[in-house]
Structure formats: C-alpha cells, structure tokens
Design a protein around this ligand. Structure first.
Ligand code: ADP
Ligand code: MG
Length: 287
C-alpha cells in the first residue's frame, strides 16, 4: 500500500500541489486533470525526482526516505518527457536501464525480449532510437518502466503521441500487467483509463476535487447527461445556452450530447453518463 499524506509543492508563488492525500492499493489508479493541474509534479515527487515542500509518502507504513534503494527497486517510472540517448538502439537502451536497476543479466535479457514484443518494437530493436517516431519512443519508455517487474508503476501520459490502434494496444497491455501491482496513470485522455481504472482522482489546480471508482463518479451526474437531435442552424444557439460536450452529424440532424440539470429540449433523452462526461462536468470551466 502506497500512502501519500498532505503532500504540497510550490514553484515560487505557484502552489502546484496542495495537501495531496491518497492511498493506493493494487490496481490501476487514474490521475485526471488538464494541463497544469499538478499531475507531473506529484509523479516526480513520488518517484523521488523532485522534493516536496511538505508531507510524506509511506510504503506499507514505512516512510520511503527510510527505505532508500529498496523503495526505488520496487518502482517503475515512465516520465512525461523521457530522455533517451539517440545513438542507442532500443535493445541497448533497455539493457543499459536493466544494469542501472541492478537486474540479473540473464533474467533481464529474457524480460527485455518479452517487453519488446509486447510494445511491438521487437522488429526494430537494433535500430537507433534517433530514427524512432514519437510513438515508438513512447512505447520504449513504457517498456523501460516495466523492467524488473516493479510493484509500483508510475506512468505520466503514457499514450501521448500514439495513434488510436497503439493506444488500445498499450492500454490493454497496461491492464494485463497491473493485476498485482499499483499502477498510477496520469492523463488528460479519459478514454485511456475509463474502463481499466479501479479509481480515478480528479486533480484540479493541485487539489483533489473528487475521487472514486468510475462508476461512483459517473453516478453523480446520472440524469444530467442528455442527447438530442437538432438542425445544423440550431447548434450554435444550443451551445450558447447549454454545455454541449459532443457534436456528431447524424442521419436526421446533428446529435448533441449535453450536460444539464434540467431537460434542455422537449425531445432530449437522458443517456448513461461516461467518465468523460464527468471529467467535462468537473473541468469544463477551465478547459
Ligand atoms: P500537469 O502535469 O498536470 O500538466 P505540472 O505538474 O506539470 O502539471 O504543473 C503544475 C503547475 O506547476 C503548473 O502551473 C506548471 O506551470 C508549474 N510547474 C511545473 N513544473 C515547474 C517548474 N519546473 N518550474 C516552475 N513551475 C513549474
Ligand atoms: Mg504533466
């Protein structure tokens, strides 16, 4: 169990993280919030790449400062902006990281082979990282975070730069390895975590504004998500009057998805809320 108590961090007068408190057990936890909400700040503190001003982090009731290297051995981290030597091949890079993590060479080589297959880089494992696309680098960074089978995996925007097919593949892969780990995923892409997260934490300007299972959170706006079909000319007026969260061209007009506590129009019907609806409900004013 990873417990975070009253963690705060300021950059000058900018309070980026304010008394963050949460407990993480096994499974996937989504840290959701728009840019600037403090997600990376939290992840950098949890991975000891940044010092907090206040607060403490405990692993099974022991402060991580006391655990030292044994904490870092349990930790896998995919930073938001991973630095990777462009002249290394994917294989060199993973082997190098395995050495830094102090892993047994034979075991590491076997796992590296598996990971390269899992993130679909096995065919290009001897190619220079400098020749990789953003998505390929992203997948390599993910593979690196799972080296040594860490108990706690911290992923900062793991699907940034991936195409939809890769997003789904990576999402499913993360879900498959998360069963007996604590995985924390920071993202502003709700669809990446909606169906795999055990709990979602909504981080707004450094403060937890809400948290719970996706079901608990979406229940809060049950009856407030509507769908209606309007003519193209009416879309703008509807947007001025209501919080329109999705616009889709349909056969009989434009299908609007609307967040509203009253029925927007006579023919509006309620629909099952998604976590994305809830995200927009919470963050709509600062997007
Ligand atoms: P997120 O990852 O959710 O986008 P960040 O943790 O990167 O949020 O940023 C939170 C706030 O802290 C933002 O206002 C950002 O501008 C500020 N910030 C982040 N890193 C630094 C830094 N190294 N120096 C100064 N301000 C920073
Ligand atoms: Mg970030």
């Amino acid at each position: 169990m990873l417990t975070i108590n009253q963690l705060s961090k300021s950059y000058g007068s900018n309070l980026a993280l304010n008394q963050f408190t949460y407990s993480f057990d096994h499974g996937i936890y989504a840290l959701l919030g728009p840019n600037g909400s403090g997600k990376s700040t939290l992840m950098n503190i949890v991975t000891q790449n940044l010092k907090s001003d206040n607060g403490e982090i405990l692993l099974d009731d022991t402060p991580i400062g006391k655990l030292g290297a044994s904490y870092r051995e349990k930790l896998g981290f995919m930073p938001q902006y991973p630095g990777m030597y462009p002249s290394f091949s994917a294989l060199d890079f993973l082997r190098y990281m395995a050495v830094l993590k102090g892993l047994n060479k034979k075991k590491a080589d076997k796992q590296i082979d598996e990971l390269l297959h899992a993130v679909e880089l096995h065919d290009v494992r001897t190619h220079r990282i400098g020749s990789f696309s953003g998505g390929m680098k992203q997948r390599l960074a993910l593979a690196q975070s799972l080296l040594g089978d860490p108990e706690i995996v911290i992923l900062d925007e793991p699907t940034a730069g991936l195409d939809p097919k890769q997003r789904i593949a990576i999402r499913n892969y993360i879900a498959s390895v998360a069963l007996n780990k604590t995985v924390i995923i920071a993202t502003h892409v709700v669809s990446d975590v909606e169906f795999i997260a055990r709990e979602a934490i909504m981080l707004k300007k450094g403060v937890i504004s809400d948290s719970g299972s996706p079901y608990e959170l979406t229940q809060k706006i049950e009856g407030q998500v509507w769908q209606t079909v309007v003519a193209a000319e009416e879309v703008q007026a509807m947007q001025e009057k209501f919080r329109v969260v999705n616009i889709q061209n349909g056969e009989r007009g434009v299908i609007l998805r609307i967040l509203s506590d009253v029925q927007p129009t006579e023919d509006s019907v309620t629909v099952v809320p998604s976590l994305e609806d809830y995200y927009l409900y919470v963050f709509g004013d600062i997007l």
